[in-house]
Design a binder for this molecule. Structure first.
Ligand SMILES: Nc1nc2c(ncn2[C@@H]2O[C@H](COP(=O)(O)OP(=O)(O)OP(=O)(O)O)[C@@H](O)[C@H]2O)c(=O)[nH]1
Ligand SMILES: [Mg+2]
Length: 465
């Protein structure tokens, strides 16, 4: 059984409605922000909203975007209506970043959405002034871990168990997974459907996932709610784990398979359908530097996770899409936190990302989506500096450390421009310090300093604004 998660034929009728709205000068643009846990989604969205609102108030916070789009006359967050989904609280995140001492957002624990209404000046082909255009930009935030549920829909319980157990038995996963694997492999062919067994296996598997995420920096970890349970917390539908084939025909196997199916149904209804069913633009945020630091297996694991996720999305515009307007027309890949490396290294950072996301990038390109790659810092926390490095002066960055409020100069060394050779991994790559966000003028209402956010937005959205 392969459940079908994506009702791919989009609602043509509502698209026709949107075309009518577009003619009337009111349009909708849905931006999906894709990023594994800690990639920088919440910070990116907060900076995006703050800088759009400030640009709408006349500040030059996003010059490259304004150069490609119509003139932005105003930008404001759409006030809350009767939505069932929690609201992405950009104001609260901004206030925390602007506080003294500043605070980064906590791990995201639920889906939330926000729309920004952009008012743009319109000119006709003869330069005559037309009524303003209004474009609503729909944004959403969610826990990065949940994204790895997307590829789970292509497998049934047996396939998922086999693939997961195979991954668990190799490389750096094997040692921390040993206790769980020993438990699961010892289950007999007639294991009873007892919750003491189901919960014990679940607890051991979950402990492995947490360790793999937090200590090993791995990202291809499923299911997402085992790591980040969300607002509904623990519930019986979570009490399953990948089961070896020997015990799969047992009453326990049947119980776990039912829970696996119920979990996927629940995630689809609550999260994936509302979020991933329809969007037009996608930004994929990747913490490339963090992945480099975590080592070869974590780096490869990040690449595999992004590839598996993208394989489930629908890119480009085929003939059907032209009728229904479905499919992702533009994708921007961004290496986040680029303020951790000096300017001379940022091109390498972008090419390294390009290499890391080789599979998803090609998939999108072949399908006809337009693709770009950028180094970005949603909040720039550092300045350019120099440091003595092996007897010579090397470019570096300087910023205030969050932990002690002291200035520090960080020399990250060379950023490899493509997947590093084996020898690279022999020496540990620098650990990114957590920098303190800069003091924000007018509590962030004047915008947020960034690196390359405007260039990314201009490529991703400029044609539609
Ligand atoms: N220096 C710097 N640090 C950043 C930047 N963006 C994110 N960070 C750091 O990365 C951390 C994670 O960023 P978030 O935006 O919370 O990540 P997320 O993708 O929302 O993570 P989850 O909610 O766990 O999925 C932040 O707490 C910051 O320490 C940036 O532009 N510059
Ligand atoms: Mg977040």
């Amino acid at each position: 059984m392969t459940p079908d998660p994506f009702r791919l034929i989009t609602d043509a009728a509502s698209r026709t409605g949107e075309a009518a709205l577009a003619l009337a000068g009111r349009e909708r643009l849905r931006l999906a922000v894709t990023g594994l846990s800690r990639a920088g989604k919440t910070v990116f969205l907060t900076s995006l909203v703050a800088n759009l609102v400030a640009a709408g108030a006349g500040r030059r916070t996003l010059p490259a975007l304004e150069a490609t789009s119509g003139r932005l006359r105003a930008a404001r967050t759409v006030p809350p209506g009767v939505e069932a989904t929690p609201r992405f609280d950009a104001e609260a995140h901004l206030a925390a970043l602007a506080a003294d001492p500043p605070e980064w957002p906590a791990r995201t624990e639920d889906l939330s959405t926000l729309s920004v209404l952009l008012t743009l000046r319109r000119r006709g082909i003869y330069g005559q002034v037309l009524p303003d255009r209004e474009v609503t930009l729909d944004l959403l935030d969610y826990p990065g871990e949940w994204l790895l549920d997307l590829p789970m829909f292509a497998q049934d319980f047996a396939e998922w168990s086999d693939a997961t157990l195979a991954r668990l038995s190799t490389g750096i996963r094997a040692a921390p997974a040993a206790e769980f694997l020993a438990f699961a492999r010892a289950l007999p062919a007639n294991a009873p459907a007892e919750d003491s067994l189901a919960r014990r296996g679940h607890a051991l598997y979950r402990a492995f996932l947490l360790d793999a995420r937090d200590r090993l920096g791995l990202r291809f970890l499923q299911p997402g709610r085992f790591l980040n349970p969300g607002p509904s917390g623990d519930a019986p539908l979570l009490w399953f784990f990948p089961l070896p084939s020997a015990a799969r025909e047992s009453p326990l196997g049947e119980l776990l398979a039912r829970r696996h199916e119920a979990y996927l149904r629940d995630q689809r209804d609550r999260f994936l359908d509302p979020v991933f069913r329809r969007f037009d633009r996608q930004v994929v945020l990747v913490d490339v530097l963090g992945a480099l630091h975590a080592g070869r297996e974590a780096f490869e694991d990040t690449a595999e996770a992004l590839s598996a996720i993208s394989a489930t999305l629908r890119y480009g515009r085929g003939w059907l899409d032209l009728l229904t307007g479905a499919g992702i027309a533009r994708v921007a890949f961004a290496a986040t936190k680029a303020d951790h490396v000096p300017e001379v290294s940022r091109d390498s950072l972008a090419s390294l990302l390009s290499d890391l996301v080789d599979a998803p990038r090609r998939r999108a390109e072949i399908a006809g989506a337009s693709v770009s790659v950028h180094p970005v810092a949603a909040i720039r926390c550092t300045q350019e500096a120099t440091a003595a490095h092996e007897g010579r002066v090397a470019p570096a960055v300087r910023g205030v450390l969050l932990e002690n409020g002291r200035w520090a100069t960080v020399d990250p060394g060379l950023v490899p421009a493509r997947r590093p050779p084996e020898s690279f991994w022999n020496a540990a790559y620098f650990e990114m310090p957590v920098f303190r966000p800069p003091a924000l003028e007018a509590g962030g209402r004047a915008g947020v300093p960034h690196l390359g956010l405007d260039g990314l937005l201009s490529t991703l959205l400029g044609d539609a604004l």
